[in-house]
Ligand binder design. Sequence first.
Ligand code: ADP
Length: 620
Amino acid sequence: MANLSLKHIYKVYPNGTKAVNDFNMEIADREFIVFVGPSGCGKSTMLRMIAGLEDISAGELSIGDTVVNDVEPKDRDIAMVFQNYALYPHMTVYENIAFGLRVRKLPKEEIHSRVVHAAEILGIKDYLDKKPKEMSGGQRQRVSLGRAIVRDPKVMLLDEPLSNLDAKLRTQMRAEILKLHTQLKTTFIYVTHDQVEAMTMGTRIVVMKGGFVQQIDTPRNLYRYPANKFVAGFIGTPQMNFFDATLTQAGDKAELSFAGGEAVLQLPMEYLRKVRPRYLCGGAVCAGIRAEDISLAPNVVAASPYKVKMQISHVEDLGDESLVYGTVGEARIIVKTTLSHEYRAGDVCEAAFNVKKMHFFDAETEETIAPRLPEVNELACSAHEGKLTLAGAEIALPPALQGAEGEGTLLLPTDAVGFGGDIPAVATDCEQVGEKYLIGLELGGARLFAVSARRIEAGAVKLAIDFKRVTLTVGEFRAEPLPDSIRLAGTFVKKKERRNASGEPSRKKMINFYLDLAGASFPAPENITRKLLSTLSPRAVFSAQFLFEFTPYALTFGEAGIAGEVLSVVDYGAEQFALVRVGEETVPVLCERPISGMVCLVPVLEQAGVCEAKSGIKLL
Ligand code: ADP
């Protein structure tokens, strides 16, 4: 039994292939995690790094509370099952299962009882005296599962274990592996390229593409809320229908026009509340709808206000249901239906769209344009004499944003809207999304969202806005958010000195480590020293350039340090920040009293993020 923590994991093969990039995940004890994606997406590499069969290029992997990056595979308390069974052909089933335990010199009776127990669980007790060649593929895979089970591992890793089996056996073995997971009460990590296998087995699924994690979620959430077009198309059969379209808002409706045709749907804005407003002005989007969310049934079509004409091109009869293929304008559409006999190639019929279940993606980036947790509210506003007006509601602006006069837009991040301030509003709804809550709000006549860590009941609330996070554009006036972090370049340096790093003299010569950062030198904190020395080779670590990342709260003013000049102080009311020029960078620093002129900055290095400048790999 164990939880796993994967932090900023990268794999770069010696030939330069970046197989895994910045993989982050917390896996709870007893989860059944599936890594899925097309061939070459990096899923096996990730599994093999967990197993210890591949070195981790950067990042930190913990099993339980132990960092295992440098722990030998045999000491990681994991067991691995492979696609090709990897059985010894000259040994009996019993000997194959017992082999690992014999190597570990367990007592004979213990080995015997473990082997028999595993064989019972897997239903292969009668085959213990047979050789692998006398067994079927499914039976051989059971033996290799048995070999993993007897080790009583903390984590079971399975790499495409069912790919060599025929379809029927695969379905049966899938159920058996799930049963095994329940019985063994351990964490399972399972690699497959088959989305059906992933959807039916995983408690959570990691969808990967080209070495990057696309989305991590439960099967149901991946299906309902795909984060991008790739995930939307990868999960579900037949593949989700995608078509080019435009969205144009007019009042409380938005017109969805199919590319290359007359077809138009009038969608209520209520269903598009999460769509970023800039996509509602007639630009190209990619629309998506699943085959089962379109209906050709006459009674559904008659009752639906959301229908278009579809020309049927052909019909695939699957027995209990059919797939009707057709076109709407330029769009090719597949509809799943149970009323097959009524549709023939060449017919033109009406198709009703369940528009609540439609998905929309950016035509270029292919990311969803209606995320489950919208990141930003885009609101029309006006500003006058230090006051901001949002659809009738008046809000006092902090000194940093005064000077704005006229009509414009406010970009307000959803997590920059807090509760417990002095701006009266009404909470209209609350949706739980993972561990967070999305709160629908009415502020004057404006509708906006807030993301909160706790549930907010519907009713009157008082809001607080974090103005350092907003973008306000009014006439000529434009205020950008304060950067939440900045990066300074530096190197890691070793010195032999007759003193320790804190400056106390010592009789013997000591090796001290420093960070040379923007022209100043600081003793390297223990966490950074340990990380750099353990991740990079001795030759690379002292020649590499690093970027150290600081929040405005991780820099202080001191007597000596990084030299800079205060350009201005921005006042957000509750907090003030000095904007300090350091070389080419403008660095925001929290300041508690008025400050100007030349200053020295002292970073809180323990809190710094660190990345290797050349590769961009994040180390801390
Ligand atoms: P998957 O399991 O998703 O099919 P892999 O993890 O096996 O993908 O591979 C990810 C990428 O890394 C691929 O581009 C593959 O060619 C490359 N790769 C895998 N193993 C090695 C290796 N030993 N040396 C170099 N490149 C490799």
